[in-house]
Design a binder for this molecule. Structure first.
Ligand SMILES: C[S@@+](CC[C@H](N)C(=O)[O-])C[C@H]1O[C@@H](n2cnc3c(N)ncnc32)[C@H](O)[C@@H]1O
Length: 291
């Protein structure tokens, strides 16, 4: 038995998982989400499962595992979606990786210069978490398009496996401290306070951004096509090498000619696609589809 802090008020015994049980849970998580759970994250898994098991009145890992793999399909799916939210890492922030946003800024300016009036820029934020990434892209594009003398349109879709994060993203409500990371001019232009601690992204951006549930292991079910910009960061890091490459190839297939795929630096290595070329831009990992 190990000890773990299971909630703010009490310290409870967390039963330790044996090696066989850990392997089963690792395999289930990887099969359904792509995420690999390193051995050092076993205490995290034990604590997260125990919190949920207590909520359900269950006492052992095996019974809970059985609930997730056999039984009524709808109940299983609902329970799985709750658990996935607890086990995935949702850390994010506005304009999280400055180099990548600088590249997107260049790309959007070029798009605004070269494309005809009335054209729409289609953007996809893959593994969008609570929406900061999608709204950052919206602010950047909105600013660049406002400077253009042509009327240009844009639409951003954020997708994620976690339903609770998607509903947070849709509300567009963020704590004051989170929003402090945003440049003051953008903050002033695109956020409004809803109370002393919270700000909301303005409707002008929210109208351009939508959020949808999508597991990247099921990319074949995604209706996105002809995307001008696909932004995918800090999700593939939890996946095995072969899976990262497979997903990146599937994302590349959804790019429009001239479209840009932005990953996190170092997130895939030794990956090539016959129709894409690597973009040379400081501190970024990005590829562009040949026209
Ligand atoms: C660390 S966050 C990254 C958020 C944002 N892209 C950023 O860089 O700040 C990773 C996100 O990937 C999502 N995720 C993990 N596995 C996924 C999967 N199989 N399909 C879709 N989203 C997944 C998680 O729910 C989480 O919101």
């Amino acid at each position: 038995m190990g000890f773990a802090v299971t909630d703010r008020w009490s310290i409870k015994n967390t039963p330790s998982m044996n090696a066989e049980q850990f392997q089963l849970w690792q395999a289930l998580l990887e099969e359904r989400t792509g995420m690999t759970l390193a051995p050092e994250r076993k205490p995290f898994l034990e604590t997260s499962l125990n919190i949920r098991m207590r909520e359900l009145g269950l006492e052992d890992y095996d019974t809970y595992y059985q609930q997730l793999v056999v039984g009524a399909t709808e109940a299983r799916a609902m329970e799985w979606s709750i658990l996935v939210d607890r086990l995935t890492v949702q850390e994010t922030s506005f304009f999280r990786h400055p180099g990548s946003f600088a590249l997107v800024e260049d790309y959007v300016s070029q798009f605004a210069r070269e494309r005809a009036a009335g054209t729409s820029l289609n953007v996809w934020s893959v593994g969008c978490s609570t929406g900061e990434e999608a709204y950052s892209l919206a602010m950047l594009i909105h600013e660049r398009f406002a400077e253009s003398d042509k009327q240009l349109f844009y639409g951003i879709t954020g997708t994620d496996i976690s339903l609770p994060t998607l509903s947070k993203a849709r509300r567009g409500l963020f704590g004051r401290r989170r929003v402090e990371q945003v440049d003051p001019l953008l903050r002033e232009a695109y956020f409004q306070p809803t109370d002393a601690h919270t700000l909301q992204v303005n409707a002008v951006l929210r109208e351009r951004v939508c959020f949808a549930h999508l597991n990247v292991l099921n990319l074949d079910q995604a209706p996105m096509d002809d995307m001008d910009l696909i932004f995918c960061q800090n999700m593939l890091i939890y996946f095995r090498r072969w899976r990262k490459r497979q997903i990146v190839t599937r994302l590349a297939d959804r790019l429009a000619p001239g479209g840009l795929l932005v990953l996190g630096p170092g997130e895939v290595t030794d990956w090539h696609h016959p129709e894409l070329e690597r973009v040379s831009f400081p501190d970024t990992l990005a590829f562009r589809r040949r026209v």
